[in-house]
Ligand binder design. Structure first.
Ligand code: SF4
Length: 76
């Protein structure tokens, strides 16, 4: 399993995560920020878990994020 955390408040809406991993990220028409698909929100921070098969694409999205607000790690 992979844990994904998105500090959405700091998103600058650059679209890089969507380009890297369109299955997991979407741009919001409401506020122009990206949204973590399947994420649940707590205090403005979004979190979800995904299968190991998504780890690579999530890591690329995290690496490509210019403000480094996507965090991911493998969990048990
Ligand atoms: S790459 Fe980062 S700053 Fe750009 S839209 Fe995605 S989360 Fe927001």
């Amino acid at each position: 399993m992979v844990k994904v955390v998105h500090y959405r408040d700091k998103c600058i809406g650059c679209n890089a995560c969507v380009e890297a991993d369109p299955g997991r990220w979407r741009m919001s028409r409401k506020d122009g920020k990206s949204t973590l698909v399947g994420g649940t929100e707590k205090n403005g921070i979004y979190m979800t878990t995904a299968g190991d098969d998504e780890y690579q694409s999530i890591r690329i999205a995290a690496q490509n994020c210019p403000v480094k607000i996507i965090k991911t790690e493998k969990i048990q």
